[in-house]
Ligand binder design. Structure first.
Ligand code: BGC
Length: 717
């Protein structure tokens, strides 16, 4: 559909929104364009008296409804990994804590994203939330970003496909979902005072393309703007990105809500913002609410046109109506056991086996002496922190208060979710003698390592919202402990629970490395199954793991170490060449490349055929050449366009194969992935001529190569 067609197509929801909005009073209209956050004692936000006393399920946002017109109250809750309350409120009864989005990214499995979304949507609805603040589709641009765990990948296509499916799942349950944070909220350091500077065309080819494709594929009811500025203008009042690009070029019909504490001015309404979220936070952040008295005054003075106010309201209404949030029946039954099973299956599919010199899977038929060291493996698995972190039903396995007072402090705490990898391993290896050492001191851990047949050392890190990591090391001396035990016993396996890559200085001393991310409430079981071999690990890296920060576009992170509130500028001079694209351009060798992941079986590719024309279609076969069932993720890349080297992931498919089985895979590229954005024309441009392609196991492991002739053309917007 063209943008004109989309803009010209009125759905039933649009028609109803128009008809209902016409009947509203101005007071009712104004009540809809704000939301109030529930009480958050931890940051000193009391319960707001504008929230009716009978509302008990408060979370991130509450907007009064208009019962006489059938408009329900709008109640929003975080986030992408489960239903949660910001601020870890004491009355939170918990929800299924799914694995981190970055782990879903590593599964390369859109169905898991959709099923997870549907489960989260159902849990949201059963608790009375009709807006889920999910769909984190910022691209992972920096290995220090505290919120990488909330995002899917560094690649626009992979991110868009998974983000869209998560939204489709949530919205299929009658709950509106956001995609967030629009755009370039790629670091936490000074995020409210951060200016993200980028070439506008490169922006279209990267972060914005992820949003554009995800929007097309899922029609999210809302887009949440980010905290930062983009090229000098705050995201929530960025006329160009909201009005020209999102609502103009892309014909987006839903509403734009701000992030909490991102609206300094009422005139952001003129620049494309439709709803001010958590208005009390704007008082803390900017000294005043923007869309209450000030917006009303602007309206009275004729500075806010009536048509614009109506448009803001209609957008909000149509999104509620489009998913049926106004016509909910009884609350759905939630099968928590089934959701736990889904959390488990997701963790199984997203754990990545980075390295394995025959150490895994563990021998289950011998009375092995196994040393499990560190990582609080006797208690649970690490979780990311901040607004997206989910309190599991039944509570944390442990909360280790390493942070200080304030919201920031809560983000620094270490939250451990059940299940315990140690306990799960004991169940799977009943004949083994398993001993645990907390990994507090190298000398002590070595004592156990020396008398064991195999060492499983855990490395964990607390990562989350409102802070970035200073470097790629593991905290609390864990790198030293791992180094010491690997020196004492070369038969060492390392299991990492982090949201970003780490430097792994001990890498050459260990036999196997497993990247388990923040694997959610069933993560301990999934880790144990991978180690014991009852699950064949098939996840792939959705982000490049750099060997060190000097290989990345920003060896020094601007603003790092300055007090919160320091004006900071990040220049994204790498443009669209993020992650694996940057490594292809610079020729640097990462620690582990995008797309990399081993399994307990092997795969071969053959018979590549490529078709050109308007886009590229590649057809090839994948064969499981090993001796056990497994899944592979062949990846199609553009490696060069006429006149330039240019690396782009064009497609992927997760293929399940039995030993000896082959499957033909056919991947057709979205033409925008083959194009450059031509800002002057406002269109995508494919250069005519020969394009080089490859099918690979990872961005640095290209197995089959081919070429396609493409026609020169300008298209889309
Ligand atoms: C986060 C958002 C979140 C919101 C509401 C903000 O701090 O950036 O992702 O949805 O809080 O809790």
């Amino acid at each position: 559909m063209t943008v004109e067609e989309i803009a010209g197509t009125e759905t039933q929801a649009d028609v109803r929104a128009r008809e209902v909005e016409e009947q509203m009073t101005d007071d009712e209209r104004f009540s809809l364009v704000i939301s109030l956050i529930g009480a958050v004692p931890m940051i000193g936000v009391p319960r707001d008296e504008r929230i009716p006393a009978d509302v008990t399920n408060m979370s991130a946002g509450y907007t009064r409804g208009v019962p006489r017109l059938g408009i329900p109250a709008i109640q929003s809750s975080d986030a992408s990994m489960g239903v949660t309350n910001p601020g870890y409120r004491p009355d939170d009864e918990g929800a299924t804590a799914f694995p981190a989005s970055i782990l879903v990214g590593a599964s390369f499995n859109p169905k898991l994203a959709r099923d997870g979304g549907a489960a989260i949507g159902r849990e949201a609805r059963s608790r009375g939330f009709n807006v889920q603040l999910a769909g984190g589709v910022n691209l992972a641009r920096d290995a220090r970003n505290g919120r990488t765990y909330e995002y899917y990948s560094e690649d626009p296509w992979l991110t868009a496909i998974l983000g869209a499916e998560a939204v489709n799942g949530i919205q299929s349950e009658g709950v509106t979902s956001t995609l967030k944070h629009y755009t370039l909220n790629c670091n936490e350091t000074n995020r409210h005072w951060l200016d993200a500077v980028i070439d506008p065309d490169a922006h279209r080819e990267s972060d914005l393309l992820a949003f554009q494709i995800a929007i097309e594929r899922s029609q999210p009811g809302a887009i949440m703007s980010s905290y930062n500025k983009i090229n000098g203008d705050y995201a929530s009042g960025n006329d160009h990105l909201l009005n020209d690009v999102l609502k103009g070029a892309w014909g987006y019909k839903g509403y734009v809500m701000s992030d909490w504490g991102a609206v300094p001015e009422w005139d952001y309404a003129l620049k494309g913002l439709d709803q001010e979220s958590g208005i009390q936070i704007d008082v803390t952040q900017w000294g005043a609410e923007a869309f209450t008295d000030r917006l009303r005054a602007a309206y009275a003075e004729g500075k806010l046109p009536k048509e614009r106010l109506s448009d803001m309201v209609r957008r909000i209404l149509r999104s509620l109506f489009a998913v049926g949030a106004d016509s909910w029946g009884p609350a759905p039954e939630v099968d928590l056991a089934k959701h736990n099973e889904l959390a488990l299956e997701t963790a199984r599919q997203g754990i990545v086996l980075l390295q394995n010199e025959g150490a895994l899977p563990l021998a289950t038929d011998q009375p092995l002496k196994v040393a499990v060291i560190g990582g609080h493996a006797q208690e649970g698995v690490a979780s990311g922190t901040g607004s997206g972190a989910v309190l599991p039903v039944g509570g944390y396995a442990s909360l280790i208060k390493i942070g200080g007072p304030s919201r920031m402090g809560a983000s620094r705490n270490l939250y451990l979710l059940p299940s315990s990898p140690l306990a799960e391993l004991m169940k799977l290896l009943p004949d083994a003698q398993i001993e645990f050492d907390p990994g507090q001191a190298p000398a002590e851990a070595v004592l156990l390592a020396k008398r064991s047949d195999v060492v499983i050392a855990f490395g964990i890190r607390s990562e989350g919202e409102s802070f970035d990591l200073a470097d790629l090391s593991l905290p609390w001396g864990q790198d030293e402990v791992i180094d010491a035990v690997a020196t004492a016993n070369p038969n060492t396996i390392v299991v990492l629970q982090t949201g970003n890559g780490t430097s792994m200085p001990w890498r050459d001393k260990v036999k196997a490395i497993v990247q388990a991310w923040f694997p959610g409430q069933a993560g301990g079981q999934a880790i144990a199954e991978v180690l014991a071999g009852t699950v064949n690990p098939c996840g792939r890296l959705p982000i490049t793991f750099p060997a060190d920060l000097s290989q990345t576009p920003r060896p020094e992170l601007p603003g790092m170490g300055t007090p919160w509130g320091t004006a900071t500028t990040i220049r994204y001079d790498e443009g669209a060449e993020i992650g694996y694209r940057w490594f292809a351009k610079t020729g640097a060798k990462p620690l582990y490349a995008f797309g990399h992941g081993l399994a307990y079986t092997s795969f071969e590719y053959g018979e590549l055929e490529v078709e050109g024309g308007e886009t590229v279609t590649a057809t090839f076969t994948v064969t499981n050449t090993g001796d056990r069932d497994g899944a592979d993720v062949p990846q199609l890349y553009l490696t060069a366009a006429p006149g330039e080297e240019r690396m782009r992931l064009l497609g992927f498919e997760r293929v399940e194969l039995q030993p000896g089985q082959s499957k033909q895979v056919s991947l057709t590229a979205d033409p925008r992935l083959l194009a450059r954005f031509d800002g002057d024309a406002g269109q995508w441009h494919i250069s005519g001529g020969t394009h080089a392609l490859a099918v690979g196991k990872a961005a640095d492991d290209l197995v089959l190569v081919g070429e396609a002739e493409l026609e020169e053309r300008l298209f889309g917007s």
